[in-house]
Write a protein that binds this ligand. Structure first.
Ligand code: DX5
Ligand code: ZN
Length: 230
């Protein structure tokens, strides 16, 4: 089977923040397609990460597209500011979000690509009403809040089902996966329909070389020898 080129985006959540500029330059040199930025408010998820000033710094450090993942309550209050600070794609969660449709429209109006996601236990039918107006759907394969968690295997079936929904309703929409992605499971993830991979701890491993980790992930997602799916 011919696969499209899979996009790989390091999540800077696992980067060394004392050297964030260098850590971004390193993944860029190693062939990253985009940078994933996790924004957490300590309310929607049990952790606080980074916000607008850090996004501005990331924007100044790279020309790669920046994919902002908002794990915050009331994201509608913030999407314009994140777009202005340099986000190319903005992902919001469906959970407890009565104004989802207008928030996605607001992201589009602010000049960023609207993207929608949901936690591992949220029914995928929740995505259906907004699929026609998004450029990306993100399947969370861990409970959001922390890097370095283990991939939830049921996410593969969720990818397959959402891929079928997209094929029917919005075929050019990207299907992204986030959480526990590694070289050892990336091939199965791509075979299940993901075309956009986020990886934090697998790329920014404290003891490994970033270039090697990126190369291993890239190899796992490239079908260059016509190798059979495993
Ligand atoms: C989790 C974040 C992820 C996280 C992924 O809440 O949304 O983007 O950085 O980290 P890994 O790849 O280590 O699971
Ligand atoms: Zn994320």
């Amino acid at each position: 089977m011919t696969m499209h080129r899979v996009l790989i985006g390091p999540s800077i959540l696992s980067a060394n923040f004392r050297r964030l500029g260098e850590q971004i330059a390193e993944v860029e040199a190693a062939g990253a397609d985009f940078i994933h930025v996790d924004v957490m408010d300590g309310v929607f998820v049990p952790n606080i990460s980074i916000g607008l000033p850090v996004l501005e710094a990331v924007r100044a450090a790279t020309n790669l597209p920046i994919d902002v993942h908002l794990m915050i309550v009331e994201p509608e209050r913030w999407v314009e500011r994140f777009a202005r600070a340099g986000a190319n794609t903005i992902t919001v969660h469906v959970e407890e979000h009565p104004n989802l449709y207008s928030t996605l429209r607001a992201i589009d109006a602010a000049g960023a690509e609207p993207s929608v996601t949901l936690n591992p236990a949220t029914p995928i039918v929740m995505l259906e009403p907004v699929i026609p107006i998004v450029r990306q759907v993100l399947i969370m394969s861990v409970n959001p809040g922390f890097g370095g968690q283990t991939f939830i295997p049921a996410s593969l079936d969720r990818l397959r089902r959402v891929r079928a929904m997209l094929d029917e309703m919005n075929p050019s929409c990207r299907l992204e996966i986030d959480g526990g992605v590694k070289a050892s499971n990336a091939r199965r993830i791509v075979a299940a329909g993901a075309d956009t991979l986020v990886a934090g701890s697998a790329i920014y491993a404290p003891d490994g070389r970033i270039a090697d980790a990126m190369a291993a992930l890239r190899r796992a997602t490239t079908d260059d020898e016509g190798e059979a799916e495993r």
